[in-house]
Ligand binder design. Sequence first.
Ligand SMILES: NC(=O)c1ccc[n+]([C@@H]2O[C@H](COP(=O)([O-])OP(=O)(O)OC[C@H]3O[C@@H](n4cnc5c(N)ncnc54)[C@H](OP(=O)(O)O)[C@@H]3O)[C@@H](O)[C@H]2O)c1
Length: 317
Amino acid sequence: MKYRKLGSSDLIVSDISLGSWLTYSGGVEKAQSIACVKHALAQGITLIDTANIYGKGAAETVLGEALAGVKRDSYVLATKLFFPMTETDRGLSRGQIHKQIDASLKRLRVDYVDLYQCHRHDPETPLEETMQALSEIVRAGKARYIGFSEWPVEAIRAAIEMAGVEKFVSSQPQYSMIWRRPEEQVIPLCAAHGISQIVWSPLGQGILTGKYLPGAPPPAGSRATSATMGHFLADIGTRGALLEAVQALRPLAQSAGLTLAQFALAWVLREPNVASAIIGASRPEQIDENIVASDAVVDPDLFREADAILAPVQKAA
Ligand SMILES: NC(=O)c1ccc[n+]([C@@H]2O[C@H](COP(=O)([O-])OP(=O)(O)OC[C@H]3O[C@@H](n4cnc5c(N)ncnc54)[C@H](OP(=O)(O)O)[C@@H]3O)[C@@H](O)[C@H]2O)c1
């Protein structure tokens, strides 16, 4: 396992990290979720990502149980706020930031998180109020560093330029071989200002593992077949061109000595501004397979060939 520095912070994170969105918020049963988290830590994964909204507190609660008794400074814990927890508890106001961090710390059974992220930008709250409140919780020792996820570039720039407040050290965008939008503006802006990417759905929710075959029903037990986790893959049956293109990557992965999942993760990690690829894992074996990408050395020509194969289906992704 390799480790990278998170932006201008002093946090060092595993370049493959473990998320808990659909999986540990209820999609994967509790004992299996805890087994995955413990396995990830045993294999050298140090960054664990969650959010208050994942199962409305359920994912944080499972992580609190899984991490109980684990030496606190042996892992880096990241959570988020923004999405509605109740009709009135939502957004990035000062009151919400103080309320939601306390609730997250309680569920996670920790005194502090290493990274507190704004899950989205809140156009209804003045940015200054949000940044001041985030700074207050950092100064209170409840969060060591702050980050954002999927913010508009103008808001990122305004936060960077704001004086007298804590600085963002991380950005959490969707980024994968089939979702390259952050390359346009977010990555260059962040790279110039000490902000790393920790990227979500680096496997396109499983599409880039090659297990979804064009013209065939999704394999039993996969996310696309799950009543609780399959919502965002509901259109998989209409994405034949994309699934064909992913199958065409197979020989490239093979010549790198990797599986498709490993090849896709190594592709994400080729970008120096990416500190970590946050994978989901429904089984410990997926962690074993995926972490191989951390040490993979891939000929850049293979990635260039892969990009050419995927270019025609980028928009459809
Ligand atoms: N900031 C945001 O707005 C945001 C949004 C989404 C996610 N996230 C974060 O990013 C994390 C990862 O997102 P994600 O779960 O969509 O990531 P992903 O890594 O692209 O997809 C994970 C899923 O792919 C399948 N998979 C993984 N490895 C595999 C392998 N080797 N072989 C076959 N199948 C494999 C598993 O599903 P099955 O086994 O069930 O098929 C697994 O749950 C989340 O947990 C969350 O922490 C953040």
